[in-house]
Design a protein around this ligand. Structure first.
Ligand code: HEM
Ligand code: FES
Length: 344
């Protein structure tokens, strides 16, 4: 894993991704405000802005959440995954503008500090129609803020991959808080079913796609063959630097062969997170560490250390006359393979 980080650098692909996000958000807001003011001529611009930015934020959060399972179901969606963090940060900014205008509109004109006002203005926690739903929006916004500010690789390195990943898993808590924010807030008085129906479809998509991807993965886990004992030579032991790998293509699959502590192990080169090249990473704290965002895998099992559950296929290895030979058939993801000792 690289030890030094540069400021965010926007390459051509990232610029196109960000430009598309910007244009789509602008078109959405223009349509929302335009159509909204025609259908509800009595609505104020503040109300239209609060609702426009709020719905844009939750729509964008749904897209962020379904990109992961879509890519696990089909690699066609991978281009969406590469810069998903940009969409996550855009979601935070949309939520921030929505929450900012709402806070200004409903809490800034009294004596109290606006944030204190959100927290204590309404304490009817026992009432469904009058529930203090804005507190839920504020809690979700704090989580989205923490994720946005730690989205750069600098934080991934400094917080360590396990802490960073746990922090970013909080997005599911934020999602739950926001569903409650809308269901206990605006939906309590809304007579037009469009928001409730859209939210229902969105939740079905998020939950359904996660379950489908998990089911598909559990099926491939059990169907995958284990090594057949048909070996091909990939590189010589001396070519591999300590704690690093040589990458080879074996039967069309990219394999990373790591050398560490006098031993050799081979796992798939493809990281479970965003298909990063594991063989370009190094072994840190006993784990193969992906060079892109720091996901870690044990070299003997291809499994992430607990509490994480990612697994990649492992390969049986032999050393003959200083050359590393790899079994052409992968073991199913997470299968333990005893590392081969270099001294024989
Ligand atoms: C300080 C934080 C927040 C405050 C004070 C706040 C406040 C509000 C208020 C007052 C409404 C009702 C608007 C209306 O009745 O027209 C609302 C609705 C909504 N909020 Fe929030 N909110 C916050 C954070 C968020 C965040 C972070 C999101 C999404 C990422 C969000 C998404 C929504 C959505 C989708 C609606 C329904 C929009 C509609 O009226 O059609 N809110 N919020
Ligand atoms: S691709 Fe993100 S950690 Fe490997």
């Amino acid at each position: 894993m690289s030890e030094s980080y540069v400021g965010i650098s926007w390459n051509r692909q990232k610029k196109i991704y960000d430009a598309i996000i910007g244009v789509v958000v602008l078109i959405y807001l223009a349509l929302f405000i335009g159509v909204g003011s025609l259908l509800h001529p009595t609505s104020t611009i503040e109300t239209l802005l609060i609702r426009g930015f709020g719905t844009a934020a939750i729509l964008s959060l749904h897209i962020v959440l379904i990109i992961g399972p879509l890519c696990r179901l089909s690699p066609k969606f991978l281009p969406l995954l590469y810069n998903r963090r940009h969409l996550g940060v855009a979601t935070f900014f949309l939520g921030l503008v929505h929450g900012g205008i709402a806070t200004f509109q409903f809490h800034a004109l009294g004596e109290l500090n606006p944030f204190v006002s959100i927290l204590i203005n309404n304490t009817r926690f026992d009432s469904v129609p009058d529930f203090p739903f804005q507190i839920l929006g504020l809690a979700a916004l704090i989580i989205l803020f923490l994720m946005a500010v730690t989205s750069h690789d600098f934080w991934l390195k400094n917080l360590t991959a396990p802490v960073w990943k746990t922090l970013h898993t909080l997005v599911y808590i934020a999602y739950g808080l926001l569903i409650a924010h809308v269901a206990l807030g605006v939906l309590q008085a809304e007579t037009n079913p469009i928001l409730a129906v859209s939210l229902g479809i969105g939740m079905l998509l998020v939950v359904g796609l996660h379950l489908t991807a998990a089911f598909k993965e559990s099926k491939t886990d059990t169907e995958e063959p284990n090594g057949k004992g048909d070996y091909v030579e990939v590189c010589s032991v001396d070519e591999i630097p300590e704690n690093r790998a040589c990458i080879a293509t074996v039967s069309g699959e990219r394999v990373a062969v790591f050398k560490y502590d006098g031993k050799v192990s081979a796992i798939s080169n493809v990281c479970q997170h965003q298909n990063g090249p594991l063989g370009e990473g190094e072994i840190i704290d006993g784990c193969i560490t992906c060079p892109w965002h720091g996901f870690q895998y044990e070299p003997e099992t291809g499994a992430s250390p607990p509490p994480f559950t990612e697994k990649v296929p492992t390969f049986n290895v032999k050393i003959t006359g200083g050359k590393v030979l790899v079994d052409k058939t992968p073991n199913k993801a997470g299968t333990r393979v005893e590392p081969v000792s270099i001294d024989g």
